[in-house]
Design a binder for this molecule. Structure first.
Ligand code: DAH
Length: 342
């Protein structure tokens, strides 16, 4: 009797662990255990060999087993049916799909891409550098040694003092990293995010984007710089826009200049955007200071170069006539979805 009990337990285990995941599996299960030549019938047939005095007890055990197998089977088929009807009810493949709303590019990205493509057409390639920078790349190598008054032009977020980590205040630090590679001639633009400890307002933010440009080769002149920037302005803003250079000061360039374009809003007549001057400043530029070349191990007697740096937000504001810089980082979809192309 114990042998029969053990045998039935063994079958139970086998049944409980059988894998039934579709209709065919279910039918195989039925045939194997409940079919006319199935396990249940076979064991029932064995009853005739059981001695008379044990028939009652064995009959009971077999009956329990029969109930077990049959209810297990009906549970399985109920489960199968309910999951099939769930699939049928939920997925109606004849229905049209849910429309996915199409996003749009951020205006800063649109202008960034346009600037990059203009300079790529002139043979500039894109270089990137880290946003967490050291003092040397961000300041010292750019001819801004410690205690230089021009460091105050940019309010810096310092991260640590020794070693001196900071959030880069401009993309000019990427110039240095690229020049250090000493792979000349060098013709790059460096777009990227920069940080300054400024009070946030309609015109200033603690982070914004710049594009730096750098061309180092033999015999590069200020005329090359002007011609490159003329081309940029024409491609970016159109033929009719006028350009002027004003002398300026940056420690890393000599001579230095700032470039203005005629106001896009009033075409130079004077309005609130250009503060009635008819001109708006869009970038700083100049000939790379010989000390900067020397700091990067480039022979300043042999090589010259020009550099420029512009703020992408500023150009975007002019392009789309956006009056508040904060809109770019607030992520309000109503604002962002208005921009399609520059
Ligand atoms: N780094 C300057 C700034 O953030 C911008 C700049 C000016 C970059 C003149 C240059 C340059 O490369 O030549 O204000």
């Amino acid at each position: 009797m114990n042998q029969l009990l053990a045998q039935l337990e063994q079958y139970k285990k086998e049944i409980e662990t059988s894998i039934v995941s579709n209709k065919e599996d279910l039918e195989t299960f039925r045939i194997k255990y409940l079919g006319t030549k199935g396990l249940l019938k076979t064991i029932m047939g064995e009853m005739k060999h059981v001695p008379v005095d044990q028939k009652k007890e064995a009959g009971q055990l077999l009956n329990e087993f029969k109930v077990f197998v049959e209810s297990f089977y009906s549970e399985l088929s109920a489960k199968m049916e309910s999951s099939e009807s769930a699939i049928k009810n939920e997925i109606d493949i004849s229905l049209p799909g849910h429309p996915l709303p199409l996003g749009s590019r951020h205006p800063i990205s649109i202008v960034h891409n346009k600037i990059v493509s203009i300079f790529q057409r002139l043979g500039f390639s894109v270089a990137e550098g880290p946003e967490i920078e050291d003092d040397w790349h961000n300041f010292t190598a750019l001819n801004l040694p410690e205690n230089h008054p021009a460091r105050d032009m940019q309010d810096t977020f310092y991260i640590s003092q020794n070693p001196d980590w900071l959030l880069r205040t401009h993309t000019s630090s990427v110039q240095i990293r690229e020049m250090q590679k000493n792979d000349l001639p060098l013709r790059i633009i460096c777009p990227g995010r920069v940080y300054r400890n400024e009070t946030i307002s309609a015109r200033a933010h603690c982070f914004f984007n710049q594009v730096e440009g750098l061309y180092i080769a033999e015999n590069v002149s200020f005329a090359d710089l002007k011609q490159t920037l003329y081309f940029f302005v024409k491609e970016m803003f159109g033929e009719g826009v006028k350009v002027r250079f004003r002398p300026s000061y940056f420690p890393f360039t000599e001579p230095s200049a700032e470039m203005d374009i005629s106001c896009l809003i009033c075409s130079g007549k004077g309005c609130s955007v250009c503060k009635r001057t008819g001109w708006v400043e869009i970038l700083g530029c100049g000939m790379v200071h010989p000390s900067v070349l020397d700091n990067c191990g480039i022979d300043s007697n042999k090589y010259t170069g020009f550099a420029f740096g512009m703020g992408i937000e500023r150009i975007t504001m002019l392009t789309y006539q956006v009056k508040d810089l904060r809109l770019f980082s607030e992520n309000d979809v109503r604002f962002l979805k208005q921009f399609t192309q520059a």
